[in-house]
Design a protein around this ligand. Sequence first.
Ligand code: GTQ
Ligand code: FE2
Length: 366
Amino acid sequence: MTRTSPEPVAEEAELAELYADLARQGLVPLWTIREGLMPTEPTPRAKPALWRWDELLPLAARAAELVAVGRGGERRAISLANPGLGGPPYATPTLWAAIQYLGPREAAPSHRHSQSAFRFVLEGEGVWTVVDGDPVAMRAGDLLLTPGWCFHGHRNVTDRPMAWLDGLDIPFVAQMDQGFFEYGPAAPEDAGTPPRSRSERLWGQAGLAPVAALGAPAPLASPLVAYRAERIDEALAAQLALEDEGHPGVLEPGHAAVRVTNPATGADALPTIRLEFHRLRPGASTPWHRSSASAVWQVTAGSGTAEVASRSMTLGRGDLLAVPSWAELRFLAGTGGLNLFCFSDAPVFERLGLLRQGTRAGGSTR
Ligand code: GTQ
Ligand code: FE2
């Protein structure tokens, strides 16, 4: 007969003495902690959590009245802190999500860091983000990238305020002790306000790569740093039109989805963050799904419901939803359809052979 638990080998007192001696030497016996260390499946401390845009935006506007932006704080960004994580300003254990706000004519000074970043613009316009000297316009529906170690500063050139969503891998980089940071020039960069960035002029034509750039090793992060609202909308609309015509293209019936990729490699646009846009037809729903990646979703248009774990949450425009690892999730679109932006830590785990995806029934695929 094989036994899975060890035979009792000692008296209580002897055992306690052994544990005390082990602790004094900085040693821990696995058999006392195995279940916590190596659970049957992920047991995230992060919880499904929802932040409403209608509440975030006025709070950011109040912050703008009271708190200046500049060296020191660097950015007027307010982060989403997951209630399950007990304090740190993290939406999930790996992802930072924040609302950033610039008042009329305000500028956030240039800096760079090893963390990868993006900005997604729900509404408004008038801010240029300057990425390694390349001014990139930010307008409603656009996704802008700031790959790791690129200098970047933001400048509002209008008389109206503007707010947007920031996403970064700050928690992941912090946990792994990989954080590096450097200030840029103190004077705000006035690099101009061209309608099209140099990055887009060079890389913005799908399927046409500049030969001059192809000799060098392909960059891990996308050399294209702006993905425009019009192109994203066109790509999603095309999938649904093809579905109407009986051709393949959609992810699931009534559910179009595009991933933001590096045009030089076809891989995820950022090495640590997956970026996707989803569109559900009116009344459509997604099947139950779960992933060992954690994610944050934002409603870009329309409305509906998110069912996550055993909770049901109504979703309106701009609302932000944090989804922990392995939480069961599905979306149901309202009568006007549901459009979503999503970012996750999937590329990290995919590359390390750790990513798992599954359905509700528990059937997991690798
Ligand atoms: O805009 O550079 O939300 O460095 C957090 C860290 C924004 C930024 C954030 C940052 C930035
Ligand atoms: Fe930054």
